[in-house]
Write a protein that binds this ligand. Structure first.
Ligand SMILES: [Ca+2]
Ligand SMILES: [Ca+2]
Ligand SMILES: [Ca+2]
Ligand SMILES: [Ca+2]
Length: 230
C-alpha cells in the first residue's frame, strides 16, 4: 500500500484509533503483514482516542518518509498524538517533522507498545520534545523552537483551522536540507511520470517540485528538506 503526496487534514476517529490512518495488520504471527508506505504527506489537525494522526497495530511493517505531522491530538490513555505504534514488527519514520502535536505531562507525540517486538525506528527527523524510551532513534533533533514554518496558523492566524495553515519549511529553517537522501524510497508509483525509471529515489515533493535542490541560506549543505515539501 503506497500513500504518496497526500494531504490528510481534520479527520476524527473520536474514541477510536488513528484519526488520519489506522493500520491494523494480521491477527496472529502467522497472519498477513500489512506494509503501508507513506511519503511526501502532511497529516494535520486529526484526532483520535489513540494515535491522533496514525495508529499502528498488529503485525504492521510501516515506512514513513518525508512526512510532516502537526497539530494532531489524542484523547485516550494509550496516547501518541502523532503516532501510536504497537506493530509487533520493525517500522520506520525518516526525514520527517513532528511538531505541535499535543503533548501532555506524561505524553509525547510518539508512543510505542511494550512488546520487545515493537520496533519503531526514527531517523533524521525533527521531533518536538524528543522521543520516548523504547523508540530506536538516530540523527534526530529536538530544536528549542519550531523549525520556522512558512505560516503555521495560516492566513486567518488561527492554528485550529488547518486547511490554510502552511507547514512548509522556510528556506532558512534549521531543518531545511538536513534530511538523508538515502532514506527516500524508490519511485514505484512513478510520481514524475518518466515512465521508465521506477528505481530512482522519489524525485518530487508533495507539490511536484524537485527534491534534491540546495535551498540556501539554511545552515546545512545537503539538498533534501525534512517533511513533505522542499
Ligand atoms: Ca498567519
Ligand atoms: Ca488557520
Ligand atoms: Ca520515475
Ligand atoms: Ca532542498
Amino acid at each position: 500500500m503506497y500513500i504518496e503526496n497526500c494531504t490528510i487534514i481534520d479527520n476524527h476517529a473520536n474514541a477510536s484509533n488513528g484519526g488520519g490512518f489506522s493500520f491494523f495488520g494480521g491477527i496472529s504471527s502467522g497472519g498477513l503483514e500489512l506494509k503501508p508506505r507513506v511519503v511526501n504527506t502532511v497529516l494535520a489537525g486529526n484526532t483520535a482516542g489513540s494515535g491522533g494522526a496514525v495508529h499502528i497495530e498488529n503485525y504492521v511493517i510501516a515506512e514513513f518518509a518525508n512526512v510532516t505531522v502537526m497539530h494532531n491530538t489524542v484523547s485516550g490513555g494509550n496516547g501518541g498524538s502523532a503516532i501510536y505504534f504497537q506493530g509487533q514488527r520493525a517500522s520506520t519514520v525518516n526525514n520527517s517533522v513532528l511538531w505541535y502535536d499535543a503533548v501532555g505531562p506524561a505524553e509525547s507525540q510518539v508512543r510505542v507498545g511494550t512488546s520487545s517486538n515493537d520496533l519503531l525506528t526514527v531517523k533524521w527527523s525533527d521531533v518536538q520534545g524528543g522521543l520516548p524510551s523504547g523508540v530506536i532513534s538516530s540523527n534526530n533533533v529536538d530544536l528549542p523552537s519550531d523549525p520556522s514554518f512558512v505560516d503555521v496558523d495560516g492566513a486567518d492566524n488561527t492554528r485550529s483551522t488547518y486547511v490554510d495553515n502552511d507547514y512548509r519549511l522556510q528556506n532558512e529553517s534549521v531543518s531545511n536540507d538536513r534530511a538523508n537522501v538515502t532514506l527516500v524510497p524508490t519511485d514505484d508509483l512513478d510520481l514524475d511520470d518518466d515512465g521508465l525509471d521506477l528505481e530512482e529515489r522519489i524525485p518530487l515533493d508533495r507539490d511536484d517540485y524537485d527534491r534534491y535542490v540546495d535551498d540556501p541560506p539554511g545552515p546545512f549543505n545537503g539538498v533534501l528538506a525534512s517533511g513533505y515539501t522542499e
